[in-house]
Design a binder for this molecule. Structure first.
Ligand code: KIV
Ligand code: NA
Length: 277
């Protein structure tokens, strides 16, 4: 499979053919995405919750993200790989943002980065783009600033807020973002924004009219023990299967049903047999 590039994102967008992005956090989840033919992988800071059990995404550092990014890059060769800029890695100063974005490519094996924010972050997005790093914007429900939004809530529910979101999207487009994630918007607000943009959008809880769709790996596979948002379709219940399998292992060990003869190594030589019986 050929490497998916920003030119392929553009080509799909222009042809009106949807593309897929999924989060991955380590070698094995990345390999699943690779083998399933996913076009783009996001090493999302949602790993704070799915992989580390944190209550929010705000405690993950660049060091932690790069650690996961390296594992993802080892498992996925064809998808376009996007590293999520964690809280605190890009807000303080554009120079710091550029240095952290470059770390993702130089150390983490990523092909581009994603950052939350619109009008207020556009100058920083432009600085990263100008440094030669492809940037995906992220507007709407922005989990890193959910405290200032009053929690995880659908955005763009008033005309005023829909206008502000459009301004955010246009600012990130003008900054040179090659795509923009739209998270948790009424579908008509999302398609209104899509109709005003000339760059592709990637939706999560934003209806069917974005150029691409992104979901969180653990949510769509049913791997996580928390309820999933309304927009997430669960394509499997892997946690349920995992608990059942682990319980069966425990029960079989207790009942001395595991290991069976087929799981045991045999003695190969007569001399050893004579010794150990
Ligand atoms: O961290 C993440 O998983 C994300 C997606 C939900 C877009 O930012
Ligand atoms: Na994120």
């Amino acid at each position: 499979r050929a490497k998916f590039t920003i030119l392929d994102v553009r080509a799909r967008f222009e042809a009106g053919e949807p593309f897929t992005m999924l989060t991955a956090y380590d070698y094995s989840s990345a390999k699943v995405c690779e083998d399933a033919g996913v076009d783009m992988i996001l090493v999302g800071d949602s790993l704070a919750q799915t992989m580390l059990g944190h209550g929010s995404t705000n405690g993950v550092t660049m060091d932690m993200m790069v650690h996961h990014a390296k594992a993802v890059a080892a498992g996925a060769k064809s998808p376009f790989l996007v590293g999520d800029m964690p809280f605190g890695s890009y807000e303080v100063a554009p120079q710091e943002a550029i240095a952290n974005a470059i770390r993702y490519l130089a150390e983490g094996g990523m092909d581009g980065v994603k950052m939350e924010g619109g009008v207020k972050m556009a100058a920083t997005a432009k600085a990263i783009v100008d440094a030669g790093v492809p940037v995906v914007g992220h507007i709407g429900l922005t989990p890193q600033t959910s405290s200032s939004l009053g929690g995880y809530r659908v955005q763009g529910r008033t005309a005023e807020s829909a206008k502000a979101l459009l301004a955010d999207a246009l600012a990130m487009q003008d900054a040179g973002c090659f795509a923009i994630v739209l998270e948790a918007l009424p579908q008509r607000v999302a398609s209104y924004i899509v109709s005003k943009l000339s760059v592709p959008t990637i939706g999560i809880g934003a209806g069917p009219h974005t150029a691409g769709q992104v979901l969180v790996y653990h949510d769509m596979l049913g791997l996580f023990d928390a309820p999933v948002p309304k927009f997430c379709k669960q394509y499997a219940q892997l946690r349920h299967d995992a608990v059942a399998a682990v319980r069966q292992f425990k029960n079989e060990v207790a009942a001395r049903a595991y290991p069976g003869p087929e799981h045991c190594y045999k003695v190969q030589t007569a001399e050893l047999r004579a010794l150990v019986g």
